[in-house]
Ligand binder design. Structure first.
Ligand code: XMP
Length: 326
């Protein structure tokens, strides 16, 4: 366990120069650890797994195989970005698994939040296991464990939870960023040349949009979450709020409200905008957003997202509310 403790004198990585020194050192260490063997990585496209992928591509190139599971609950454009950055730009071995139907079929009719989370986690491991079995000669499993994961839990990330692989499929772990804090991982990611939209991503839950499409997920309501979230992110970026507001997203609850569309009565969903500032997600405050910005986002969501007839801005802090809706 000793190598899971950050040395007291370890300098915080705050500059490109420090990041480059860290990168060089990790490349050397990973080459020593892995030799000419093969490494597997579950690449979600989040900052931690993306930085681990970029480090390993530099260190061992095609000895790394990245598996990206699209479970249908990712944000708009994310699976495409993973393919573009890692396969097309970085020339990585990337297995892209379209598991959308599989996840959504399993989740159909399931409304309990914890059951939904369990199904998503278990199905993720199953898909990853199937892909791992197709590959031959893998000896190492890379993970984007970071220092807060070690401090707060048993060192295994909920959303990278491939620790649940069966006994006959156990690999030696490669965890190059396990002593880093999130802000340091971002500095390293920037130095590795990853796009800002990946490096400065807001926290995103493992079950993804699944917890923002409350109750039993339906495909049309899930699309309403994804499209409204994309509009929100686009407008926040245009207003210079990306990286300024800690987390922002939309949720679509599983009830309808009345509206009028094309002179006819409509019975459609509300979209709830949630934006919070926080340090560590244990508490959160709601920023005072510009009214004109909120109006613009509202107008766009109502005009562009099918099945939506209302937009609400949530004012509840944490506690007593949680950040996510379920
Ligand atoms: P809550 O809703 O509990 O969220 O105030 C706190 C932070 O955690 C994220 N979150 C999750 N992350 N798996 C994750 O990996 C989950 O099941 C999950 N639920 C909430 C949430 O986005 C917020 O940043």
């Amino acid at each position: 366990m000793e190598n899971n403790v950050r040395p007291e004198n370890m300098a915080r990585i705050t500059t490109a120069e420090l990041a480059n020194a860290f990168i060089d050192e990790q490349i050397k260490l990973m080459r020593e650890q892995v030799g000419d063997k093969k490494v597997l990585l579950a690449l979600s496209g989040g900052v931690d797994s993306s930085v681990v992928a970029a480090l390993l591509i530099k260190a061992v190139g095609k000895q790394l195989t990245c598996v990206h599971v699209n479970h249908g609950l990712l944000r708009k454009g994310e699976p495409e970005q993973v393919v573009e950055v890692f396969r097309n730009q970085m020339n990585a071995n990337l297995v892209y698994v379209d598991a959308v139907d599989r996840f959504l079929d399993k989740l159909a009719g399931v409304s309990d939040p914890e059951t939904k989370r369990k199904i998503i986690g278990a199905e993720f491991i199953r898909v990853f296991e199937e892909e791992a079995r197709k590959l031959e000669g893998i000896e190492f499993l890379a993970q984007g464990t970071i220092y807060p994961d070690i401090l707060e839990s048993d060192g295994v990330k909920a959303h990278h939870n491939v620790g649940g692989l069966p006994e006959d499929l156990q690999f030696e772990l490669v965890e190059p960023v396990k002593l880093l804090y999130k802000d340091e991982v971002r500095v390293v990611g920037k130095a590795l040349g990853l796009p800002d939209s990946m490096v400065y991503r807001q926290p995103f839950p493992g079950p993804g949009l699944g917890v923002r499409c409350t109750g039993a997920i339906t495909r049309d309501r899930l699309e309403a979450v994804r499209e409204s979230d994309a509009i929100l992110r686009e407008e926040f970026a245009a207003a210079g709020l990306q990286g300024q507001v800690w987390q922002y997203f939309t949720s679509v609850p599983d009830f309808r409200a009345t509206g009028i569309r094309d002179g006819k009565r409509a019975y459609d969903w509300p979209v709830i905008i949630r934006a919070v500032n926080s340090v560590d997600a244990t508490s959160a405050t709601v920023p005072e957003l510009d009214w004109a910005l909120l109006k613009k986002i509202t107008d766009r969501i109502l005009a562009e997202v099918p099945g939506v007839c209302r937009v609400l801005y949530e004012l509840s802090p944490k506690p007593i509310s949680t950040i996510e809706w379920e």
